[in-house]
Design a protein around this ligand. Sequence first.
Ligand code: FEO
Length: 385
Amino acid sequence: MYISDDIRYIGVNDHKIDLFEGQYIVPRGMAYNSYVILDDKVAVMDSVGESFADEWLSNLEKELGGRKPDYLIIQHMEPDHSRNIVEFAKAYPEAILIGNAKTFAMVDQFFEEMPGNTRQVVKSGDSLPLGKHTLSFLFAPMVHWPEVMFTYDLTDRVLFSADAFGKFGANDVEDPEGWACEAARYYIGIVGKYGVQVQNVLKKAAELKIDTICPLHGPVLKGDLSEYLDLYGKWSAYEPDKCGVAIAYTSVYGHTAEAAISLKDQLEEAGVKVEIFDLARDDMAEAVEAAFRYDRLVLATTTYNADIFPFMRTFLTHLTERGFKNRRVAVIENGSWAPTAKKVILGILESCKGLQVSENCVTVKSALHADSREALKNLAAEFSK
Ligand code: FEO
């Protein structure tokens, strides 16, 4: 695939994967992107995931037109990109492997029998001239592993952004939701904990003139890049990018679900955008994404073993470990003899900065009654504002 006169796409699409990174469903598959820059010197950008060595090396060979690569630039060592470094090194023993000190420590951890290709260790800010093109390396630690580095091509103004700006989904399957939805689920799920580090690298990237972003997953981004940069700015600052309410609930016999759905209906009647998730049945990562993207969150759950229902506890762990903050939050608790869910939830969320707990929280005793219906009405009125 053509990226520019000298840059070609040589990545692959994975339609057999069941769970990306062992936990994320990817109904539209996954792309592992790799690129080659054809200049006086030839540089390959990253390898691809397991099972794709032949396809990737064949894609590369077609673009090389009989030449040999001079460099393999290793921006990220997670195995969805690094798995075929050994195969590359065997196929091209003269090629130099480019990475940083942390990269090569991981190369030796992952690969017991690594061919003896020359290694070139770079520092952030170092340049690599290829001829017409000059590459500059920009370290991006914890976006999303410590060894990650971006690479900027000064000639074509291309930013090779490692996992940043990537999304779920193979590149040969159309995504009717556009870029943002699956890019958000990817970012918040996988990189979300490291907002500070993302902000730091975005500041450095803002000094560059960028025409094209080449991530390691998802489509190559060209043209007006402001939407992608703005959303990354908001997500990494933990700011909502959508006005509305995310409702996450668990329910054992349907009564808590009834309360959550009743609140959803009332909010929608008031013109509020709502997304609702049954945490036991819906995609947990989609619910986590919604919690971070909307400005209001409602948590509805049953008291269970004097605690909260397990799926809700898992959900809250996803929020707290990703630094959830600066949102309005409400709780609907249910309990037949000793409702404690609200206390437990607010205790778990104590570590989250800038949360504004609603004046109206709802206690359901087994099933909805006049008092809890009234409390729901009050919560709907409060969260409609
Ligand atoms: Fe796409 Fe962090 O690996």
